[in-house]
Write a protein that binds this ligand. Structure first.
Ligand code: ASP
Ligand code: MG
Length: 468
């Protein structure tokens, strides 16, 4: 098979884990598969980079940069020692790392003096996580006797728009990747940095947080692989979070659309944008567990698998807040909603869920908890008590979503959802269902969130394989 395999930050969290990943890759390669690897940064490194870039621009202390440099160097050197046995290869990799860390140090010191951090510099700085991980993984593979080369996303052919922090691949990427990587698939395992690309001027861009899945999907679509494997630390996509319901089961097959609904609503397994390139080439995406490689995981495919019980999964989103706005004048005032959401967009507020009743005199929406203060402030400034009379926010809430393609056109699902919650004495604060009918989402008080998930998992008997 021709495969793209992506490893997340925890899968390559330290040297021991990288060694395990290299052995896993060697096994699949020796079985005759052609493999391109996409790697994330070592767990936590992207956050560290962003935090230190912020420190540099706000505090301007070169001593802090030096401390960070030491921490980063130690972490990656340690990983090399644990992952690579061959001393010559280890030495080569250490040299590459040191050169890159020196460059990073210079950039951070520059930011200290300038005191400003542009989106372009944030992308440049945060790209170092993956650029330090890829040489170690490639070296670990070579140390096991398999030929391997490492590439940045740009070198591999991922050419993007110039939207720093949120870049999108240009159409030419798909051809370019095939040209650059396609010819070497048989002779070696190529390792590509996830998360990053470059724009047409060769400046580094990033594809958004958790963007490595997106990179894998872009490379997979370009190389027309048989499957894209996303190696994570979980047993595939599950009927719900196993920390909430220990009997949660892995869903062996799920459609692209269902997987997208789940990720929209916080399951955090796959981001919708990361499925898109795979979807356009109908390439199945498999979510597997790095620490249980024999387990099949979940296969995300084009077909919609209807099952006897229509609900496949229940997901919970925490760290959200509800905002309710009301005003008698809102009814019939054309353009209010446009103004409302434009104001929120300009303030950089992410909206998770929306609901407006037909009275039109109040509208509720859910935002990321971190955005609630700026959202309320921006709305007060914009409307100044005209049209919108009252703005109330509430942080002590969570969103629960029930997902399944079989729900579309099946009467009685909502009755079961809300009936079961009613029997458990759980109050619903807000409801939203898109007309795709694949997802019913609702807001409950924080204290009711876990009982709500458990109630629904039980109601739809997902624990005995019914979501499957
Ligand atoms: N390292 C990047 C992040 O933490 C991308 C990724 O891990 O997918 O967001
Ligand atoms: Mg909250």
């Amino acid at each position: 098979m021709r495969l793209v395999m992506k490893f997340g930050g925890s899968s390559v969290g330290d040297g021991k884990k990288i060694r395990h990943v290299a052995q896993l890759l060697m096994k699949y390669y020796e079985e005759g598969n052609q493999i391109v690897v996409v790697t994330s940064a070592l767990g936590g490194v992207t956050d560290m980079l962003m935090e230190n870039a912020n420190f540099a621009s706000t505090k301007g202390k070169v001593t802090l940069v030096k401390e960070f440099k030491t921490e980063l160097t130690n972490k990656h050197h340690e990983a090399v020692k644990e992952a690579i046995d061959n001393p010559k290869i280890a030495e080569e990799v250490l040299q590459i790392l040191d050169i890159r860390i020196d460059e990073l140090e210079k950039a951070l010191i520059g930011i200290c003096y300038l005191g400003e951090l542009t989106p372009r510099s944030i992308d440049y700085i945060s790209s170092y996580g993956e650029r330090l991980a890829a040489p170690i993984i490639s070296g670990a593979i070579r140390s096991l006797g398999v030929s391997s080369t490492e590439y940045t996303g740009g070198e591999a052919g991922i050419i993007t728009t110039g939207d720093y922090g949120n870049a999108r691949p240009l159409e030419k990427t798909y051809e370019l990747v095939e040209k650059r990587l396609g010819c070497r698939l048989e002779s070696q395992i190529q390792v590509v940095t996830g998360f990053i690309g470059e724009n047409e001027d060769g400046i580094i861009t990033t594809l958004g947080r958790s963007g490595s899945d997106f990179s894998a999907s872009i490379l997979g679509a370009s190389l027309k692989v048989d499957e894209i494997w996303l190696w994570k630390e979980v047993n595939g996509i599950m009927t719900t979070d196993p920390r909430i319901v220990p009997e949660a089961k892995t869903i062996p097959r799920i459609s692209y659309s269902e997987a997208m609904e789940l990720s929209y609503f916080g399951a955090n397994v796959l981001h919708p944008r990361s499925i898109e390139p795979a979807m356009r080439e109908h390439i199945p995406v498999r979510v597997k567990n790095t620490f249980d490689p024999l387990f099949e995981g979940t296969l995300v495919v084009a077909d919609k698998f209807q099952c006897r019980h229509v609900v496949k999964a229940v997901s919970l989103i925490k760290n959200v807040a509800l905002i309710n706005i009301s005003g008698a004048e809102m009814a019939g005032t054309i353009g209010t909603v446009a103004r409302l959401f434009t104001t929120l967009a300009s303030a950089g507020v992410n909206i998770v869920m929306i609901s407006q009743g037909s009275s039109e005199s109040n509208l509720s929406f859910v935002v990321s908890e971190a955005h609630v203060e700026k959202a309320v402030k921006a709305l007060h400034r914009e409307f100044n008590r005209k049209i919108i009379r009252e703005i109330i926010s509430d942080k002590e809430v969570c969103v629960v979503a029930v997902v399944g393609a079989g729900m579309a056109g099946t009467p009685g699902v909502a009755k079961r959802v809300f009936g079961a919650l009613g029997n458990s004495m759980i109050n619903i604060i807000m409801i939203s269902q898109g007309s795709s009918q694949y997802n019913i989402s609702f807001v409950v008080r924080e204290k009711d969130a876990i009982p709500a998930v458990r109630t629904l998992h039980q109601e739809f008997e997902l624990y005995n394989g019914n979501g499957i």
